[in-house]
Structures are given as structure tokens and as C-alpha cells.
Design a protein around this ligand. Structure first.
Ligand SMILES: Cc1cc2nc3c(=O)[nH]c(=O)nc-3n(C[C@H](O)[C@H](O)[C@H](O)COP(=O)(O)OP(=O)(O)OC[C@H]3O[C@@H](n4cnc5c(N)ncnc54)[C@H](O)[C@@H]3O)c2cc1C
Length: 564
């Protein structure tokens, strides 16, 4: 139950209680009793007019509201839609487009958007950086509106308290850059790709190359601001422990609109070391991978050794194993450490590059094109192409024979690559129920499957999707079981969707257990309390408990009736 909220309060009492932060929900309902609530009978133009009128009624600057709403007829509609649509699979003309795109500039705009979308009865998709692998933030089967948070880009770094307040629409590159502006010995543990948005990344977990030293991004969140289904702005003090827990890994989009996260910064040394070593099968890559499995999840937690496996042609078809490393320390120490623990790597100091932590961020993302640090602020620095990802967790080392089978399959398929991200270190120390992200101790590494393509058309798509699904299927004996785990931020609609209706608990359980294991039940409990009518839903959202909605609906309608 949300702290301070009693579901039996009348709407008048709720309104009083919610001031000054919330919108006059009641007047929204009254207004909307007078407008058509049937989207089926509402034409595009009248829908736009209805939505706009509602927003104008609920914001303090009604004259400017039309600047933030893009109807399909607006000349900028397509460019706004595409600006943060990061997967070309979901930009083709056959994909259903939003009725409107709302680009709020203030928290009042967000509050009004939630109240209006709910009252009108239209689905709201929330987008921050648009990196969702299945386009869930900007695609839907039914009529929908996108709430695009890209204007929420402020990152305020407070070095006295070693925290940063990060708005949901900021990118990770902006976060890293703004921290570096204030301190050369602080950083933040999050993803490698600078254009990824904070709203999706932090609400879904967030890992990067400091995971072994510092765990996930969500392990460092100390406060958050969210707009809930009633249009209220809640923070850590007012949202209650359960909701604060849920939005640190359970995905924000099931619970409300995240406005910002406040995070604790972590120390980084003045000099870090990076290197990359590539070996093909002909250069004993198999032995290297066998030893990597013994070393990477157990070594010094300042060291992250990512392993990327790709089918390539080097005279003949083969597998290339690339080890990409970040060490939070100097090269001499690293060379000595790996000489003892990982002799097959044969690391020499000449292969290492010492640099500032912020430069390692640029190095890691392969901006080897002379890019300056300023590129971290450029949200358009992204190659949009069609792709599909999947994930798995490995809990026991894959034997040599198994690796050889995998190489054969990868070569036969031809286009799917695997990135192996080692766990251990801090990941072993955080309990699996501390946040909704459950895949902690007991996992040696996570596998990310990737296939990307540029060819247009359904036939190409089917061919590449088949490849990645076949490899995922082939890997079954080597990965976690009962459930077969998956990482929520690596969205994969293959593992289940709520195809029997958005409230279907059984459907939700299918994907929910894979993403969240036992934490799924607590997420359902939070959902049932914060959003019992399931306004905030998507293809893989957390459903409320069966029956919960009915109970709360009757409370809701009594209150409306009382008011009328
Ligand atoms: C190139 C690339 C590299 C990646 N690298 C990493 C990595 O290193 N580590 C890692 O952990 N992940 C990584 N990811 C996955 C990434 O973390 C997720 O896709 C994440 O959800 C993206 O967040 P976003 O805001 O950019 O996406 P969006 O598509 O905007 O949102 C993703 C989901 O979050 C919801 N959401 C977004 N904003 C809000 C909000 N303000 N309030 C409530 N819900 C919201 C959306 O509705 C959607 O369900 C990568 C993805 C890509 C495409």
C-alpha cells in the first residue's frame, strides 16, 4: 500500500491530500464525462482536439500546450517519432503509429498527460531513450499515445553529497559527461552505450563494465520521482518502500512515469586500463574460452573481461573470440594479475592502454573514429538498423565439447553473435530480492545474443529472427533452467506476452518469472496497489492480481458517483 494513501477516501479528500503536487483529477473526470470516450468513433482530428483540450485544462500554461503535442498531420510528427526509434524493425510503414506524440517539458505536462490518457481511455507508451529491443516504448497493436520524455535531460551533480539527480530522458552519455565535468575520480556504473536512456535503463536494472565492482545501476539509486496513475508526483518519502523497490529493476512502465532518479556516485581511479585481444579457433580460441570461464567471474572485482564470440571468415569460416577489458587500476598490476590467473591470454603491457575513466567510456563504445568526449552528449550518434536480442544466464561452465558444438552451430547459422558478460564480485553480495533483478549469486555470466541486418523486407527479417531463435534453442542444455532466466532490459517478446488480455495474470507469470523469478509476486502485489486498473500496461507489463481490479473498480465508481 502506498504510504499515506487510503483507497476508501473520497475524491474530494484525495484532491486535498494531493495538493500542491497533483492535478485536479476530479475536474478531469468531469470534463471527460462530456467528451467522447470511445476511441473507435473518434476521428484523428477530434481525438487531437479532445486530448489537447484536456491538457489545456490541466496545465498552468494552456497557451503553450499545442507546442508539445504532435498529431499525425503535424509536419514534424514523423521526425519526432523516428528521433528515438532505435530499431529499424519497428519503423516500417506497416507498423501501427501513435495517434499523438506528447513531448512534456515540465512535470505538470506529465501529470496532465497521465490524467488525460487515463480519462479518455487511451494507452500511454512512455519513451525515454527509445532503446527498447522490441520497440515497446513506441509501438503498440491498439490505439496509443507516446509520452516522449526526451526534454527531461537535466543531470545535476552534487559533489558535496556525491549524488546526481538524473532526469529520465537523459542519456547515459550525458550522465557520464556531467559527472566527469565535476569530478575526475567519480563515475557511475551503467551501460556501455551512451545513447541509452535513463528512464528505461535504470528502471530495468542497468549493468555495465563496472558491474563486478559496483553491481547494477539500481544498486545505487537513493531516490526517485514518479507520476502515478492518479497524476500525483511521488518520491521516495511518499511512494512507500514497495513502489520504490519495484521501480529499481521491475521496469518503470508498469507503475507510472519516472521523472528522475537520484543516484549515489562511485569512486573511480584517475587512471584505468583497457585492452582488447582477439583470437580465432585456429589461434586456440576454444582453450581461451575454457580458461575465461574459470577466470572472468572470479578474478579481482576491479576487472571486467567481456567476451564476444562472432562467426567470421578469416580465410575460412571460423569463430573469433574477442576479450574486451576494463580494469580499475594501472596496466602493470593488470599484466601481473592476468599473467598469474589467465596465462593463455598472454597479455603484454604493449596491448594495454591507460587512460582516464571518461576516455574508457568512449573507447568501450568503439568510437574509434576520432570522436571527442563531446560525442557523449550527442544523442543522435547511433546506427539505426534492424536487430533482435535475447539473453541467458550460465551457472556452470560450458565444457569444451559443448563449446565446440556451439561454434559449429554459430558457423552454420552465420550471423548471430554472443556477448558473455561475467558476474561475480558485487553481484554475489547483493541478495536476489534486494531489488526486482534476481540474477545475482550463482550466475557465472550472462549471454547476450545479437543478430543485426540492413536488408529490408519480411523475408530477411524472418531469416535473421530464425537464426537467433535457433541458436537460443540450441543453447538450452548449457543455460539456467526452471526458470530459464532472462534480463528484463534485454526485452524479448519471444519469452511471452500478455496475449489473453492485459490483465491476464497467467500470461504475466510466464515472462515475469523468467525476468524476475520469485520477485515477480512482489511486483504483482505492488502493481495491484499502485495501479489496480492496469492503466500502465504494455506487452510485458506486470499484471495486477486477478480480482484486484474488480474490487478497486467498484471503489472508484462509488467515489465518482458520490461526487456527481
Ligand atoms: C545499443 C544498445 C546498448 C545497450 N547496452 C546496454 C548495457 O550495456 N547494459 C544494459 O543493462 N542494457 C543495455 N541496453 C538495454 C537498455 O538498457 C534497455 O533497452 C533500456 O530499457 C533502454 O532504455 P531507454 O530509455 O533508452 O528505452 P525506451 O525504449 O525509451 O524504454 C524502455 C522501456 O522502459 C520504459 N520507460 C522508458 N522511460 C520511462 C519512464 N520515464 N518511466 C517509465 N517507464 C519508462 C518504456 O516504456 C519501455 O518499456 C542496450 C540497448 C541498446 C539498444
Amino acid at each position: 500500500m502506498i504510504k499515506g494513501t487510503n483507497p476508501l477516501l473520497s475524491f474530494q479528500e484525495l484532491e486535498q491530500m494531493e495538493k500542491p503536487n497533483s492535478l485536479p483529477i476530479l475536474s478531469a473526470i468531469v470534463l471527460l464525462l462530456h467528451v467522447s470516450t470511445s476511441l473507435a468513433t473518434t476521428s484523428g482530428n477530434s481525438f487531437y482536439a479532445t486530448f489537447l483540450q484536456c491538457l489545456q485544462t490541466h496545465t498552468n500554461q494552456p497557451d503553450h500546450v499545442s507546442d508539445i503535442v504532435y498529431a499525425q498531420t503535424n509536419a514534424s510528427y514523423t521526425s519526432v517519432l523516428r528521433a528515438f526509434a532505435r530499431n529499424a524493425r519497428f519503423t516500417s510503414p506497416s507498423i501501427q503509429k501513435p495517434l499523438l506524440i506528447v513531448t512534456p517539458q515540465s512535470q505538470h505536462h506529465v501529470q496532465a498527460s497521465v490524467v488525460c490518457a487515463k480519462s479518455i481511455g487511451v494507452q500511454l507508451k512512455i519513451r525515454s531513450g527509445g532503446h527498447d529491443f522490441e520497440g515497446v516504448s513506441y509501438v503498440s497493436q491498439g490505439p496509443f499515445v507516446i509520452l516522449d520524455m526526451f526534454n527531461f535531460q537535466n543531470v545535476t551533480v552534487d559533489m558535496q553529497n556525491e549524488i546526481a539527480v538524473i532526469q529520465a530522458g537523459a542519456s547515459l552519455g550525458q550522465v557520464y559527461y556531467r559527472i566527469w565535468e565535476k569530478s575526475k575520480v567519480h563515475g557511475f556504473p551503467a551501460g556501455a552505450c551512451p545513447t541509452v536512456g535513463v528512464g528505461g535503463h535504470l528502471s530495468g536494472g542497468g549493468y555495465g563494465n563496472m558491474i563486478r565492482k559496483y553491481g547494477l545501476s539500481v544498486d545505487h539509486v537513493v531516490d526517485a520521482k514518479i507520476v502515478d496513475v492518479k497524476g500525483r508526483v511521488l518520491d521516495n518519502a511518499t511512494m512507500g518502500e514497495d513502489l520504490f523497490w519495484a521501480i529499481r529493476g521491475g521496469g518503470g512502465a508498469s507503475f507510472g512515469v519516472i521523472l528522475s532518479y537520484t543516484v549515489k556516485l562511485v569512486p573511480v581511479p584517475e587512471i584505468v586500463t583497457v585492452f582488447q585481444v582477439d583470437k580465432t579457433l585456429e589461434q586456440n580460441a576454444t582453450d581461451l574460452v575454457v580458461q575465461w570461464q574459470q577466470v572472468a567471474p572470479h578474478t579481482d572485482d576491479r576487472l571486467y573481461l567481456r567476451l564476444v564470440l562472432q562467426p567470421v571468415v578469416k580465410g575460412q569460416k571460423t569463430i573469433r573470440a574477442s576479450i574486451e577489458a576494463l580494469f580499475l587500476g594501472e596496466a602493470n598490476e593488470l599484466v601481473k594479475l592476468l599473467g598469474e590467473e589467465f596465462p593463455l591470454l598472454g597479455l603484454k603491457k604493449e596491448l594495454c592502454r591507460e587512460m582516464r575513466w571518461i576516455d574508457s567510456v568512449v573507447w568501450w563504445v568503439s568510437y574509434n573514429d576520432g570522436s571527442s568526449l563531446d560525442e557523449l552528449l550527442d544523442r543522435s550518434h547511433y546506427w539505426v538498423h534492424s536487430n533482435k536480442r535475447k539473453s541467458d544466464y550460465v551457472q556452470t561452465p560450458i565444457p569444451r565439447k559443448g563449446l565446440e558444438w556451439i561454434w559449429k552451430k554459430m558457423i552454420e547459422l552465420g550471423n548471430v553473435e554472443l556477448a558473455l558478460n561475467p558476474y561475480g564480485g558485487k553481484m554475489n553480495e547483493v541478495p536476489s530480492d534486494a531489488t526486482p533483478f534476481p540474477h545475482r549469486a550463482g550466475n557465472l555470466y550472462k549471454i547476450q545474443y545479437t543478430v543485426g541486418w540492413q536488408e529490408a523486407g519480411g523475408a530477411a527479417e524472418e531469416r535473421f529472427l530464425n537464426q537467433i531463435r535457433m541458436l537460443h534453442n540450441f543453447m538450452t542444455p548449457f543455460v539456467s533452467k526452471n526458470p530459464r532466466g532472462a534480463y528484463f532490459n534485454y526485452r524479448d517478446l519471444d519469452i511471452g506476452i500478455n496475449s489473453h488480455g492485459k490483465d491476464n495474470y497467467q500470461d504475466g507469470q510466464v515472462y515475469g518469472i523468467k525476468y524476475f523469478k520469485k520477485n515477480f509476486e512482489r511486483l504483482v502485489k505492488v502493481k495491484s496497489e499502485i495501479d489496480p486498473e492496469n492503466f500502465f500496461w504494455n506487452e510485458q507489463s506486470i499484471p495486477p492480481y486477478p480480482g484486484h481490479k474488480k474490487l478497486n473498480r467498484s471503489i472508484h465508481s462509488v467515489n465518482i458517483a458520490t461526487f456527481i
